[in-house]
Write a protein that binds this ligand. Structure first.
Ligand SMILES: *[C@@H]1O[C@H](CO)[C@@H](O)[C@H](O)[C@H]1NC(C)=O
Ligand SMILES: *[C@@H]1O[C@H](CO)[C@@H](O)[C@H](O)[C@H]1NC(C)=O
Length: 219
């Protein structure tokens, strides 16, 4: 009799653990997919911050994504086009540059990557792909201050080298930028964008008596 009671209470608990594990694995798996590139949570001791950069906000139906299909930023003799969390679309002003091989070619230049840079070499604008949606990662700018903003980093492995582009999306009430295009390595660029999508929302604050279980519920 005693045995039976034990068994009855043990099996559901094991089953419960399996369900919880499957739910977590499912969540981890979905974080790696392209559509979830710009959606993540950050656990900060007592709080969980939710970042969902492509979700609609009152004045921004596409979140941090440019409604034009692309952003453009330039400095010195360099111009860089990019989109966040998605590939680029050009309905107007497509990039015109020599060599657009791995980002759509001359007829669809810019349409097959998420960041493209044009450098003026001996009078010609030469394009290099510096980012792809499939190699995009997002993380908080400052783990001590998660509300400051998010860094979205993309990269692209080209014929010659590995290139990258990082955008710091600083939490602000309105959009400013993109600006401050910097060359930070051989083929590595960085820029800054101020946007309300960079502000995380606090989705859970640990209450007394919830502990790890409460955390799992919302993750
Ligand atoms: C984060 O926010 C987005 C939209 O703002 C929502 O769809 C998503 O469910 C939230 N994530 C969590 C874990 O609450
Ligand atoms: C432009 O020049 C400034 C000052 O020399 C430099 O810091 C910056 O990285 C340059 N940007 C690009 C895209 O070359």
């Amino acid at each position: 009799m005693r045995r039976r009671i034990q068994a009855a209470s043990t099996i559901p608990f094991n089953l419960f653990l399996v369900i919880v594990s499957v739910a977590i694995l499912h969540r981890v798996g979905s974080l790696n997919s392209v559509s979830a590139v710009c959606e993540f949570s950050f656990l900060d001791g007592k709080k969980i911050y939710n970042f969902s950069l492509a979700s609609p906000l009152p004045n921004f139906p596409h979140g941090v994504l440019s409604e034009d299909g692309f952003y453009k930023v330039g400095a010195n003799k360099t111009v860089l086009w990019f989109q966040l969390c998605s590939g680029m679309i050009f309905n107007h002003d497509p990039p015109t540059c020599v060599d657009c091989l791995d980002c759509g070619g001359p007829s669809r230049c810019g349409m097959e990557c998420s960041a493209l840079v044009a450098n003026n070499v001996k009078g010609y604008d030469v394009c290099t792909t510096v980012g792809r949606v499939s190699t995009t990662t997002a993380s908080v700018m400052d783990s001590q201050n998660p509300h400051k903003g998010v860094v979205i980093k993309m990269s692209s492995a080209g014929a010659k080298n590995l290139c990258s582009f990082s955008v710091s999306v600083i939490c602000d009430t309105e959009v400013k930028g993109p600006h401050s295009l910097q060359k930070v390595g051989d083929c590595d660029y960085a820029a800054v964008l101020m946007h309300p999508s960079g502000c995380g929302t606090i989705i859970y604050v640990h209450g007394k008596g919830w502990g790890w279980f409460g955390t799992l519920m919302v993750v």
